[in-house]
Ligand binder design. Structure first.
Ligand SMILES: [Zn+2]
Length: 181
C-alpha cells in the first residue's frame, strides 16, 4: 500500500491516502498522509518536492468524534478516473483511534486537510465513496490533467467544467465505469 501511495502518477502527483479495499484487500487498513499541509502548496493533492512525507498506516481506524463545524473542500480518488473531482462537505476535525504498523495505538485529534483524507479513506472501509455525498451536479468537476494547477487556485463553486447528466449518473451509481481517457 505504501508503494502505491508513494509512486507518482504520470502527471507527477502522489497520493495522500489509500484504503486496502481499493486494491482488493479485505481488511480495514488505510494509509493517510499526515504531512504538514502548510508545506504543500504547489500541487493539488501532491507533495512539494523535498518535503518529507509523513505517511501513517492505520489499522482498524475508528472515528470517535466529529466536529459539528463542517468545511467544504475538493476531493479526488484513486478509484475514480483521475479527472473526477468533487466538493464534499465534511466535519472540520475528528478524533481517531487506530492501531499503527508497529502495534502501538494511535489516538489523536486530526484536523484540516488530513482530517478530510482520514474521513475519505475511512469511508472506503464502509463502502462509501466521495461521490456518494454529492447530489448537485455542479459540485462534481471534470478537471483535465492540464488544468490541475488552475483548479487548485480557483474557487470551486465557479469551476465551469462538469460532467454530462449521463456521466454524472454513472459516477454516482457506480454503474459501468466510464472509459479511461
Ligand atoms: Zn478514495
Amino acid at each position: 500500500m505504501l508503494d502505491i501511495v508513494t509512486c507518482p502518477s504520470k502527471d507527477g502527483r502522489t497520493m495522500v491516502g489509500l484504503h486496502a479495499s481499493q486494491i482488493g484487500i479485505d481488511k480495514d487498513i488505510m494509509v493517510v498522509d499526515f504531512t504538514d499541509q502548510s508545506l504543500i502548496r504547489t500541487k493539488l493533492f501532491g507533495r512539494k518536492i523535498g518535503v518529507e512525507s509523513d505517511l501513517k498506516v492505520l489499522m482498524n481506524p475508528k472515528i470517535i468524534y466529529k466536529s459539528s463545524e463542517k468545511v467544504a473542500g475538493a476531493e479526488s480518488c484513486f478509484s475514480e478516473r483521475s479527472e473526477v473531482f468533487g466538493i464534499v462537505e465534511r466535519p472540520e476535525s475528528i478524533f481517531m483511534k487506530a492501531v499503527l504498523q508497529n502495534g502501538k495505538s494511535f489516538k489523536q485529534p486530526v484536523k484540516g486537510f488530513t482530517s478530510r483524507i482520514a474521513q475519505h479513506e475511512s469511508d472506503h472501509g464502509k463502502g462509501r465513496r466521495f461521490a456518494d455525498y454529492i447530489d448537485d451536479p455542479n459540485d462534481l468537476h471534470r478537471v483535465p490533467e492540464f488544468l490541475l494547477s488552475v483548479y487548485s487556485c480557483v474557487p470551486k463553486k465557479v469551476w465551469p467544467i462538469h460532467f454530462s447528466k449521463k456521466e454524472f449518473a454513472v459516477i454516482k451509481e457506480r454503474a459501468t465505469p466510464l472509459p479511461r481517457p
